[in-house]
Design a protein. Structure first.
Length: 507
């Protein structure tokens, strides 16, 4: 009998090992090891260091405008690679835009693999809440990515959807990269809370009889205290603009919070995990594989898939928003996913709206040596000082940020920045981002939309004054007088977007 049991154990163990052997073990690189692995794949022996943010450092970032344009001529957004000028919308859609998208995917942001598994959305919680003074319906959702081809990695996208409860029809929605959380979870009424506390005390005393004396000594004590309600219709309104979610709801919009970290980690060590790791079965990337920015954009597109099934959402008018690294991701999302109708691109800098060719603050080398995992592996070539292919720099990149913005045309694209004095650092290159928006303008005009309304000479145009918005066209710019946030521009974004998508609702 013992021999039979032993044989069964051996067979079960062999079966488990055989199942595990079907899947390669995930590679657990540190960020440094993953970075070196990509350098080895590309034949890079050395990278130029990125500029220092410390202005006392010998390698400090440049903030001298006379030195800021070492590669002054951008790739012409309306000239095909064969030299032919793009003169019609059909030529843009059929020829030039695909050329730009191919270069962007191969060299800058990476390709989304064809075999990315499906996402199944489940509503975890539906709650009636308040945002400011407006009743809302809030849902928390989980998007489970099918991992049947590689069960060793589990990816579940966290998302919250909030819409006004009293809307008369489907509402436009702004999807924002950030932590997924309900705005103000509803609490039990006092009578219900008393029942819960009585039941909790009873269970605690049953498990720990010594607690009975403590509860008797403190009869007014409740294990679960009442939560203070955040809603007080008589409270004075705080000074300044209300929070972004309150402004959206009050204007008759809905909003979504989607958690980028639940899609792909914001670090190099996580590149063999998350959605990128799941598709690669836990193995390192190839040079043209997608980076985190493209992965976050993919997750936003899967969230939009769900919104298209929601009767309370006007899925034809969903926008994407983000600030800083998530501003980069929002711009990438808008450029590559045509179903998004608009974008609020906050303080995005290098890898976002800032021209790569500009020598001002953050540089290409800041990403090739730092947050390399945001980008395709191939992007590292442009920071190489010594490699099998020689050396490359920002001037060798076949595309630039103006073409990423142009890929958003003719949809609503709002480029937002703050001011260095309030913390929106010079590092971000506000002028370089404005130049990129200027240079994208001809594509908006070719497609029948309006650009910023100034000349398209990106080499001479200067930014408008702070708090002066260029908001007449589908391409918009506004630098507010706040810091590293787009919150001061939200009210302008809503008014601007409503003008195009809901003229009767515009303020």
């Amino acid at each position: 009998m013992k021999k039979v049991a032993f044989l069964i154990l051996i067979l079960l163990s062999a079966k488990a090992q055989a199942q595990n052997s079907k899947y390669p073990a995930p590679v657990n690189f540190t960020a440094e090891q993953d970075h070196q692995n990509m350098m080895d794949q590309l034949g890079i022996k050395a990278l130029r260091p990125g500029p220092s943010g410390n202005e006392a450092s010998p390698n400090h970032a440049n903030y001298d405008e006379t030195l800021a344009n070492p590669y002054p001529n951008l790739p012409d957004v309306l000239t095909l690679k064969n030299g032919k000028k793009v003169t019609t919308a059909a030529m843009w859609w059929d020829q030039r835009r695909p050329e730009i998208a191919e270069d962007m995917e191969r060299e800058v942001y990476g390709r989304i693999p064809k075999n990315v598994p499906k996402v199944t959305w489940t509503v975890k919680v539906t709650d009636k809440e308040f945002v400011g003074f407006t009743p809302v319906i809030a849902k928390q959702l989980i998007g489970h990515v099918d991992n049947s081809t590689y069960p060793l990695i589990d990816v579940n996208i966290n998302m919250t959807l909030v819409v006004p409860a009293n809307a008369k029809g489907p509402v436009p929605v702004l999807m924002m990269f950030g932590r997924s959380a309900l705005p103000a979870p509803a609490q039990p009424d006092p009578e219900s809370l008393e029942k819960i506390n009585n039941a909790v005390k009873e269970l605690l005393v049953k498990a720990h009889p010594e607690l009975k004396a403590i509860f008797e000594k403190y009869p007014a004590y409740d294990p679960i205290p009442a939560q203070a309600s955040g809603f007080n219709p008589f409270a004075p309104r705080p000074a300044g603009d209300p929070p972004t979610n309150q402004q959206l709801i009050a204007a008759g919009w809905g909003y979504v919070l989607i958690d980028p970290a639940s899609i792909q980690a914001d670090n190099g060590a996580g590149i063999t995990k998350g959605i990128i790791g799941l598709v690669n079965k836990g193995q390192p990337r190839k040079p043209d594989d997608w980076g985190a920015l493209r992965a976050w954009a993919w997750g936003a597109a899967r969230a939009l898939d769900y919104l298209e099934t929601e009767p309370n959402v006007d899925a034809k008018h969903v926008g994407i928003e983000g600030v800083s690294r998530y501003g980069k991701a929002a711009l990438v999302t808008l450029a590559f996913e045509p179903r998004f109708a608009m974008g609020l691109i906050g303080s995005s800098g290098e890898g976002g709206a800032k021209l790569n060719r500009r020598n001002w603050g953050e540089a290409v080398e800041s990403l090739t040596g730092g947050e390399y995992y945001w980008m395709a592996g191939n992007f590292m070539k442009y920071g190489a000082s010594d490699a099998t292919f020689g050396s490359k720099n920002a001037g060798d990149i076949p595309v630039d940020a103006h073409e990423l913005i142009a890929m958003c045309a003719p949809r609503l694209t709002f480029i937002s920045y703050g001011v260095p004095a309030q913390g929106d650092a010079k590092w971000l290159d506000h002028q370089g981002s404005y130049m990129a928006a200027i240079a994208a303008g001809p594509v908006f005009k070719l497609l029948g939309a309006k650009d910023l309304g100034v000349s398209n000479d990106y080499q001479t145009e200067k930014m408008p004054a702070v708090n002066v918005g260029l908001l007449d066209g589908q391409l918009a710019w506004r630098q507010h007088d706040g810091g590293h946030t787009d919150a001061p521009n939200v009210k302008y974004f809503i008014q601007w977007a409503d003008k195009f998508i809901r003229p009767s609702a515009s303020h």
